[in-house]
Ligand binder design. Structure first.
Ligand code: T1G
Length: 698
């Protein structure tokens, strides 16, 4: 006989044949929010109080077991019961409590499972302690029960990497006790019966002894010092794990103290913000529109970008028609794609069979008419408006009705391109970032007449290619490159005034950038920026301070890595500053009558960030980016902005809007043309506002 009680709207309790089934149902990922925690306690208490119940099994509905604490509760006043207390009370249950895990049992979800007396995994399960990816550490017993069950080394492995462990590996460690297949509830019933029949052993994890593993602790400390120095929670995590050999209650108290401390650190705040930024950007006005189906695409241009985009599309399971003007260029493109796919296999991003299947979906051609049946085309030729207009005119005649026509242009006006077609509603920008099969950012540029379902199609394509798609309006450079063009000037001003390339790179890498701007320029090719500066020259205000140093470097034919020299020399093992470039810098300073002055790393960072933030504020004010968090996502996923800083506008709130206004006003005394306080920023300062408050839906 079965009877089911709804404990609350997230938890139900079903009882039959001496078994109590506790079901969690909190879409989308069964995060352990307050109602889940409260309901779990009440359900387990009720089961313990029921003399007919002999064993309790906890499982979850939907696509996954509990995927963690509810991150949306962080930073808000804590709501009891706290998850560690729920775990402790479940573990203390007088009757055996088991858990059945499916999907991704992560963070607080795995900690909840560790507090049960046995764990059954459903095939395909992955488990982990990804709190480190949020700049935190496990805060509900993971650092205490983990070492007791799987040892300190394995606990440190997953708690410091944040990686997801497949069920088979978890089974080999003893993290789960068996792997089953089938319906979660049926598996829970069967496992509960096995407990009653003595076929599934149960024990309280907290009663096990943890063994101190000094070698693992020392190795972790060394790794963290070398590779995770900016993540404040990492050393705290190690010290919490080290406490696991003591009494559980003391270890849990210490872990809680470390967790609370980590939650307050800038890196904790930054990485939580980055987590939400990656998801918030999908909230667009066109989200309700139905995307058009895309299974076959055309890519025009087999150069670096075109072949990168084609690679990403093939890895995303699409058929790709690669178009080039001549056989030789086509073959180069095809070869680049094959090399990219080989690299993906080497990096473990793709299996060998998927590699072969992807390559089989590639159809190179020099005939644009082969695009007649594709669902979407991405034009990725060089940045010349006339060439693009010519291509879109042809596409308009060749492609089927409803085909989406996209340009990968980095700067150019999509409205102007759309106007040459009879179908402007089907035209948008899909701006990928190089290398396009690796960088996750995709700017979806919405032109004046772009139809909502075409925007939705761009976002759906982004999801299929595992990109972080960000909605952008039409302007020169959209979001990222417009802001880059602005702060790129301040980098040149500092260069002209006395800061050398290596000093600027070192200062910004010290702030956390993956790579300094001069190294980035050498990597991408200085000729790209040179062409851009030439294109923009007619638009440049006469009174704008212009620094010709980079032009002089390019005039020597020094384009960076691809020519063996640029700002740096690449002709031997280590990269070193190019003395000839320094000579040009010195000559240009002398020619301008400038006596070079010293810049401290702090001043370099302050000027760089203030410039980046001020243009970011303009981009939000102009509606080119929907919200500040969209600008954060662009720089986190497309420009190597450090994740532990959360993004330029999250970081702006850490600096303080009023302080930023004061800095711009101070700098304006040197150059009032460049340094102007954006009205949007001044208003924010005057009203005591913050960028965070503008992230509606965050
Ligand atoms: N809390 C709140 N919302 C969450 C969430 C969470 N933990 N995880 C996901 N979401 C939302 C997400 O914002 C999105 O919402 C929707 O669910 C689908 O997510 C005490 C303190 C589970 C692998 O770090 O890794 O436990 O945008 O698009 O690609 O020690 O979500 O649709 O409105 O990512 O299928 C630890 C984080 C928390 C796991 C699913 N757990 N989540 O990926 O879907 S800290 C995590 C993920 C913690 C304890 C500590 C992924 C996923 P919306 P999605 P997905």
């Amino acid at each position: 006989m079965t009877d089911t009680t709804r404990i609350n709207d997230k938890i139900s309790l079903e009882r039959q044949d001496g078994i109590a089934l506790v079901r969690i149902d909190n879409p989308p990922v069964n995060a352990s929010g307050q109602a889940v925690r409260q309901g779990l306690l009440e359900a387990v208490d009720a089961a313990n109080a029921d003399t007919d119940v002999k064993v309790i099994a906890i499982y979850a509905a939907g696509r996954t077991f509990v995927a963690g604490a509810d991150i949306r509760e962080f930073g808000k006043p804590p709501k009891s019961p706290a998850l560690p207390d729920v775990c402790n009370q479940i573990e203390a249950s007088g009757k055996p409590v088991i858990s059945v895990l499916h999907g991704t049992a992560l963070g607080g979800g795995l900690e909840l499972a560790l507090a049960t007396h046995a764990r059954v995994g459903i095939k395909g399960l992955r488990v982990g302690l990804p709190e480190i990816l949020l700049g935190l550490l496990p805060g509900a017993g993971g650092t205490q029960r983990g070492p007791r069950l799987i040892g300190m080394a394995n606990t440190l492995d997953i708690a410091l990497s944040g990686r997801q462990v497949k069920a088979e590996e978890a089974l080999s460690w003893g993290l789960i006790d068996r792997i089953e297949t089938g319906d979660v509830r049926e598996v829970a019933l069967a496992a509960a019966r096995d407990v009653l029949a003595g076929r599934l052993a149960t024990r309280r994890t907290g009663e096990l002894e943890a063994t101190r593993d000094e070698a693992a602790l020392e190795a972790a400390r060394a790794m963290v010092a070398k590779k995770m120095a900016r993540i404040a929670s990492a050393p705290l995590c190690i010290e919490a794990v080290a406490r696991a050999t003591g009494p559980l209650a003391e270890g849990m108290a210490f872990e809680r103290q470390c967790f609370t401390e980590a939650l307050k650190t800038p890196s904790g705040q930054g990485m939580i913000h980055a987590f939400f930024a990656e998801r918030a950007v999908a909230k667009i006005p066109e989200a309700g529109a139905t995307p058009r189906p895309v299974t076959k695409i055309g890519v025009i241009g087999g150069g670096t970008m075109g072949s990168g985009i084609a690679t990403a599309a093939l890895m995303g399971g699409l058929e790709v028609r690669l178009i080039e003007v001549a056989d030789e260029a086509l073959e180069r493109g095809r070869a680049t794609i094959a090399k990219n796919l080989d690299g993906a296999v080497k990096r473990g991003k793709m299996s060998a069979e998927k590699h072969d299947a992807a390559l089989a979906r590639l159809a190179p051609s020099t005939d644009m008419h082969t695009l007649a049946d594709v669902d979407l085309v991405i034009e990725a030729v060089f940045e010349n408006m006339e060439v693009k207009k010519e291509i879109f005119t042809k596409l308009d005649a060749i492609c089927k009705p409803g085909a989406v026509l996209a340009s990968n242009t980095s700067y150019l006006n999509i409205d102007e391109i759309a106007r040459v077609t009879s179908r402007p509603q089907d035209v948008l920008g899909l701006h990928f970032f190089s290398p396009a099969h690796i960088m996750r950012l995709l700017e979806v540029v919405v032109a004046e007449k772009t139809a909502p379902e075409v925007v939705a199609t761009g976002f759906a394509l982004g999801k299929a290619l595992r990109k972080v798609a960000v909605r952008a309006g039409v302007c020169d450079g959209f979001i990222g490159n417009r802001i880059l063009a602005h702060y790129g000037k301040v980098i040149m001003y500092m260069l002209m005034d006395g800061a050398d390339p290596a000093e600027i790179d070192a200062a910004l890498e010290g702030f956390g950038l993956a790579m300094g701007p001069f190294k980035v320029g050498d990597l991408a090719g200085l000729d790209i920026g040179w062409a851009e500066r030439k294109r923009r020259a007619p638009l440049r205000p006469a009174e704008e301070r212009y620094i010709p140093i980079a032009d002089r470097i390019c005039e020597q034919g020094w384009f960076g890595r691809k020519t063996g020299r640029g700002w740096y020399l690449y002709d031997d093992a280590e990269i070193r500053p190019n003395p000839a470039a320094q000579a040009i810098i010195d000559a240009e300073r002398a020619r301008a009558g400038i006596t070079p002055r010293k810049f401290t790393p702090e001043e370099i960072v302050d000027r760089f960030l203030t410039a980046m933030i001020s243009e970011s504020a303009r981009v939000v004010a102009d509606g080119i980016a929907q919200r500040p968090i969209d600008v954060d996502a662009v720089f986190l996923f497309g420009y190597g902005f450090p994740r532990f800083r959360g993004g330029p506008l999250h970081h702006a709130d850490q600096i303080g809007v009023a302080e930023l206004v004061a800095r711009i006003e101070a700098y304006a005394k040197e150059d009032a043309q460049y340094w102007q306080v954006p009205p949007f920023l001044r208003k924010l300062a005057e009203t005591g506002g913050s960028f965070a408050a503008l992230n509606t839906g965050d």
